[in-house]
Design a protein around this ligand. Structure first.
Ligand code: NAG
Length: 386
């Protein structure tokens, strides 16, 4: 009996290895995903899709590359070509637009159907890549219909019709809550790496991801993907921490909208924005952003001019005194941001941000010193690092 008991302890320990690594923090604190559901790896694309979308709590292991390309056929039609497609004078090819109207020229195009419709993920799921093996090619995920409590960790999403705008989004959040997106990599996406809206995305932590914008096709015509993060849900709380956002050219992120009565709070802490040939933050109305301890390196436009006029409320800790200005509201100092070889990062110290931050105090993780950020983020973000 004793030996059996010991054996089951060892077995439990081995199984725990395949469980979620680390703990969700920030606004996704308390998210449990599949909880104690026994980790299992699906044996076919159909099984993967079924396990993702059913209403059974699951810990789904991605232990190989699942390739959805070709599984739903291809479409040949006409696409729109504009100057961001032809890219005269640019350093890369552009993207053609899959859309019904065209203010440029119609051109023939063929795209894969699978990346254009995401798989809907049910409640109470952990989706975990194993080592460096977890790849989902040609398909995105969506959490919607009121589903919640989802963990997506250590998975590389890639190859969603990258030559086409509207080719596919990697992760879509709308009408959902309690989402932890951790240690993933995104590359060669058609449209957004992560998109929310128009309904609420709820409480979301996006941590330690590698947003890799390198592409042969960019509407920025510079080999850097433009559509990175579009966060425009109706009532959203984001913790955005430890991410490496690099070689992109826009919307990194775009936040906020005046088209709905939206309200977005965003705590951006300890991220590394690197080689951005375009803009990082482009923020619209109805948003409150606390940006601290982020490093910007070779970012053409850390924050757009339109942000400054839009009604967005930003506190970006321009100096140590703005750092200690956090104390009263959140019970600790905020960390300054570090900007090198980059455009202007105008000092913004909107008091309403601290007011809001104060009411979410327990959801604001501590920072690490900004000087450590580039190295630690590059060593820790993405897949195979946990
Ligand atoms: C998810 O888990 C929660 C907590 O255990 C439970 O109340 C809820 O019914 C589950 N949802 C589904 C769809 O199984």
């Amino acid at each position: 009996m004793k030996i059996v008991a010991l054996f089951s302890v060892l077995l439990a320990a081995t199984t725990a290895q395949a469980q979620v690594k680390g703990k969700p923090f920030g606004f996704a604190a308390g998210v449990t995903g599949g909880g104690n559901a026994k980790p299992a790896a699906p044996g076919s694309l159909q099984e993967l899709a079924q396990w993702l979308s059913d209403s059974v709590p699951r810990t789904i292991l991605i232990d190989r590359e699942w390739n959805f390309l070709g599984t739903e056929g291809k479409t040949s039609q006409k696409c729109c070509s504009t100057k961001t497609t032809t890219c005269e004078g640019g350093t890369s090819k552009g993207q053609a637009w899959i859309q019904d109207q065209c203010d440029g020229q119609w051109i023939p195009c063929t795209f894969d159907n699978a990346p254009r419709t995401p798989i809907d993920v049910g409640s109470n799921k952990s989706l975990l890549g194993v080592g460096t093996k977890g790849v989902i090619r040609g398909k995105g995920l969506r959490v919607t219909n009121g589903n919640k409590n989802v963990i997506i960790q250590n998975i590389h999403f890639t190859d969603l019709n990258p030559q086409y705008v509207w080719g596919g989004d990697a992760i879509t959040l709308t009408d959902c809550d309690q989402i932890w997106i951790d240690h993933n990599k995104f590359s060669l996406i058609g449209r957004e790496h992560i998109v929310s809206g128009w309904k609420p995305a709820g409480h979301v932590t996006i941590s330690n991801n590698d947003f890799d914008g390198r592409t042969p096709w960019s509407v920025g015509c510079n080999g850097k993907h433009y559509w990175t993060l579009l966060l425009i849900g109706e009532k959203d709380y984001y913790t955005f921490a430890g991410n490496w956002v690099h070689d992109v050219s826009g919307r990194a992120p775009h936040m906020g909208t005046s088209k709905t009565s939206s309200e977005n709070f965003f705590h951006g802490v300890n991220n590394y924005f690197q080689n951005i040939g375009g803009h990082a933050f482009d923020v619209d109305d109805n948003t409150w952003l606390l940006l601290e301890g982020n490093a910007f390196d070779s970012v053409t436009t850390p924050i757009t001019d339109t942000t400054l006029k839009s009604g967005a409320a930003v506190y970006n800790v321009p100096d140590p005194s703005a750092g200690s200005g956090c104390n009263q509201a959140i019970g600790r100092n905020c960390e300054v941001n570090q900007v090198s070889k980059s455009g202007q990062f105008p000092p913004l110290t909107e008091a309403s941000v601290l007011q809001k931050a104060g009411s979410y105090k327990s959801s604001l993780p501590p920072f690490t010193p900004v000087a450590d950020v580039p190295k630690s983020v590059m060593g820790y973000a993405g897949i195979g690092r946990i």
